[in-house]
Design a protein around this ligand. Structure first.
Ligand code: ADP
Length: 276
């Protein structure tokens, strides 16, 4: 792969001297190509449910005198509409978190509440597959951030754990505190562990990319948008944290969200002087 340069030549004075300016375009070309790919992917993902809806609407019209068929096709229309809504919702969340700018509203967030809220919202899905959804580990911890985004991230990990696991298994959210990031900043870990299908080693570094799926058919069948882990990655970054994965194919996966712990230690600085 070569590198691309824009070269500008400007004459300097009257002595035949020229100024040559070279600008490296490799990065901007790469960004532009990624943007183009993303728009193509979004269009494709939108086209599928919209096309299905149009076709189903036509079919329902033709089956007006068969109530059973109308019921069946309406159900499928609802399914496609939900898919479309999820996709638009995820696209909006992604656009909120993937930019460079810092989060507009950050405040102390209790992780116990983030976990309780996420488990609550995912419980119906777990119950429908008879999956035992539980939590454990350290409690009473806080981070600085946006509670709604943290719930979204944790929920994406829990929903994936449920989606890619067989019935009658366990999904556990466990909290661990506190490793040091090497800079004196304690880190808290949220681990989501499942006993599901796992991820092939060769795919592990790609699953956080937008629209990347190990098995596209399976992802669509479970209502996945292919954006969940990209959102988790950006939410982690926005909170000065990371997300990582450990997995063994056929046995299960653990996703780890690592965030800087909010400590109550006063900020370093000169001690105020005592009045005389
Ligand atoms: P999707 O909407 O397809 O689930 P994600 O971005 O959330 O999109 O995940 C990307 C892909 O990573 C999934 O399609 C799936 O192949 C894989 N994946 C994510 N979580 C798990 C998990 N807990 N177990 C197995 N595979 C997973």
């Amino acid at each position: 792969e070569g590198r691309w340069f824009a070269v500008r030549v400007a004459p300097l004075g009257t002595h035949g001297l020229v100024l040559v300016l070279a600008e490296d375009l490799t990065e901007s070309r790469r960004v532009e190509a990624m943007r183009r790919d993303f728009v193509a992917n979004v269009s494709h993902e939108l086209k599928t449910p919209v096309g299905a809806l149009a076709l189903l609407a036509e079919t329902v019209e033709g089956a007006a005198d068969d109530p059973e068929a109308v019921r069946r096709f309406s159900g499928r229309m609802q399914h496609e509409a939900v898919r479309l809504t999820n996709l638009v919702q995820d696209l909006m969340t992604l656009s909120r978190v993937q930019g460079e700018e810092p989060l507009p509203e950050v405040r102390p967030v209790a992780l116990d509440e983030v976990i309780a809220e996420s488990l609550d919202r995912s419980q119906i899905r777990a119950t429908s597959k008879n999956i035992d959804l539980g939590s454990g580990g350290a409690t009473g911890l806080k981070v600085r951030g946006d509670e709604e985004l943290l719930v979204t991230a944790l929920r994406n990990l829990i929903d994936n754990a449920i989606a890619y696991s067989p019935e009658n298994t366990r999904v556990v959210v466990s909290t661990r505190c506190c490793d040091d990031d090497g800079d004196g900043q304690p880190q808290v870990e949220l681990n989501v562990t499942d006993q599901g299908i796992g991820i092939p080693a060769g795919e592990l570094d790609r699953i956080f990319e937008r629209f990347y799926r190990v098995d596209p058919a399976r992802s669509r069948q479970t209502g996945g948008t292919g954006l969940g882990l990209a959102i988790v990655k950006h939410v982690a970054t926005k909170h000065h944290g990371t997300v990582s994965v450990w997995s063994e194919e056929g046995h299960g996966s653990t996703f780890t969200l690592r965030l800087p712990l909010l400590t109550t230690r006063p900020p370093d600085g000169p001690t105020p002087e005592e009045p005389d």
